[in-house]
Design a protein around this ligand. Structure first.
Ligand code: SF4
Length: 447
């Protein structure tokens, strides 16, 4: 095997890992145990026995809907995990009677969290400890279809969040390019290259006609999906002769004309000037995600150099708040990438300080009626944050679980203190019910 991109912190000893999970479950006993395990699975990934992987391959597989969200590159996957691993798992039961908890799969063959097949049942283990039973989502009817162009439907319109969200990455690249512009945690451009090399039929820009054809099939055959997200890389110049809002808005307009109100329409895009945000609104977009990625000013500049140069942090935040007049407060939901505050070499080294910084941002937004949400960072090997360190012979470990425990508490308490509603467009909230799979913010809301 080639030199691995995986840090020692994600190879870990199962005993140590479980001890830390247990310690934090005691210290943070106001958080659901399920949420702590979920965050740990997201931050360090999951490994699979070969039998388990073969079993998984006949269920709904990972679609690589935008980034890799894996902890090794495809060329190092010796068991073809990229073709066989499930999009998500749902764990439940075990010694602690875990309530059903949905988790996005991040492949890491070295992770102590392992899924095995035991007497026909998938089990989540760590070392010799069996933690929970694992359930998978069957392949939906629409995934079995091809479009008239020959494209598989799951490439054009994959679903995540246990089938709730249709994820339309209509532009597979980003015009923030290279170390001086790309967000350093992001592997969108490199993932595009590795997926093409691995033979996945990625298209740089998805034709609107294919998107509509795919949605027509989903509309006919499915009753679970409730929302779609239009997204992709940033457009800093023009794409197909259009500005960013015109480009992504053109898909929303076509979808809403053909299927008015069938799904909740969301768009992830830059924090754009108000007149461009209005284009989204006019096209039928209901929810706007102008992701701010990280709160701390010094780290924003280092980690999001393109966003800093083209827009600037203060202006980015101003535009987020300005969006509330266009979409309504609860419909402006910016994302941040939880954990990059602790990335080397510039980040915080103390989880308490990292969360204090993030909590300052949460309070700033939430006091103005905007509820940020987050994705758990896993260090992707092709992202600049990991590649840069690897080139120097250094590691880029994920943030420790203690950071995630502190963040969950800070987010939950800030949300409750400002009496904000459950963010729309994510399905049900609460432990045992949440389906949002890339962090536990929906799991910790007390409903
Ligand atoms: S804006 Fe940043 S996070 Fe978004 S696709 Fe481009 S490089 Fe990635």
């Amino acid at each position: 095997m080639a030199q691995s991109a995986v840090s020692d912190a994600t190879r870990g000893d199962a005993g140590e890992l479980l001890k830390e999970l247990e310690r934090l479950s005691d210290v943070f006993d106001d958080l659901p145990r399920e949420a702590l395990l979920k965050e740990d699975l997201l931050r360090i990934g999951i490994s699979f026995d070969l039998d388990a992987l073969r079993f998984c391959a006949s269920f709904k597989s990972k679609s690589y809907f935008i980034f890799s969200f894996d902890m090794i590159p495809i060329e190092q996957m010796e068991q073809e995990e990229n073709l066989r691993a499930p999009e998500e798992i749902r764990f439940h039961g075990g010694e602690f009677g875990y309530r059903p908890t949905t988790v996005s799969v991040r492949v890491n063959p070295y992770s102590p969290y392992r899924i095995s097949l035991e007497e026909g049942t998938l089990t989540l283990t760590a070392g010799t400890t069996s933690l929970a039973e694992v359930e998978l989502l069957p392949v939906p009817e629409y995934y079995k279809r091809k479009l008239s162009t020959g494209q598989p439907l799951n490439e054009v319109a994959p679903t995540i969040e246990w089938g709730y969200l249709i994820y339309l990455t209509v532009y597979r690249k980003c015009q923030y390019f290279g170390f001086k512009e790309e967000c350093l945690f992001c592997d969108i451009n490199e993932n595009y290259r590795q997926q093409i090399a691995a033979g996945r039929p990625y298209q740089t820009v998805k034709p609107i006609e294919e998107v509509l054809e795919a949605l027509a099939i989903i509309d006919e055959t499915d009753e679970i999906s409730r929302a779609y997200t239009l997204t992709g890389g940033s457009v800093t110049r023009k794409l197909r002769g259009m500005l960013e809002a015109e480009f992504y808005g053109s898909y929303a307009r076509a979808i809403e004309e053909r299927f008015p109100g069938r799904w909740i329409g969301k768009v992830v895009a830059q924090a754009l000037p108000e007149d461009e945000q209005k284009i989204f609104k006019d096209c039928g977009v209901q929810i706007y995600h102008p992701n701010y990625e990280i709160w701390d000013a010094r780290l924003f500049e280092k980690i999001c150099p393109g966003k800093q140069d083209y827009v600037g942090r203060e202006e980015w935040h101003r535009r987020i708040i300005a969006g509330t007049k266009i979409f309504g407060h609860e419909n402006v939901i910016p994302n941040f990438v939880a954990g990059i505050e602790m990335s080397a070499p510039h980040g915080f080294t103390d989880p308490q300080e990292a969360v204090a910084s993030t909590a300052e941002g949460l309070d700033w937004f939430m006091s103005q009626g905007v509820c940020p949400r987050f994705t758990v960072w896993c260090p992707e090997p092709l992202s600049p944050l990991v590649k840069g360190r690897r080139d120097e012979g250094l590691e880029q470990p994920p943030a420790p679980l203690e950071y995630h425990a502190r963040l969950l508490r800070a987010w939950r308490d800030c949300h409750a203190r400002h009496r904000l509603p459950v963010p729309p467009g994510y399905g049900p909230a609460g432990t045992g019910k949440a389906i949002f799979s890339v962090s536990s913010f929906m799991d910790v809301i007390q409903v």
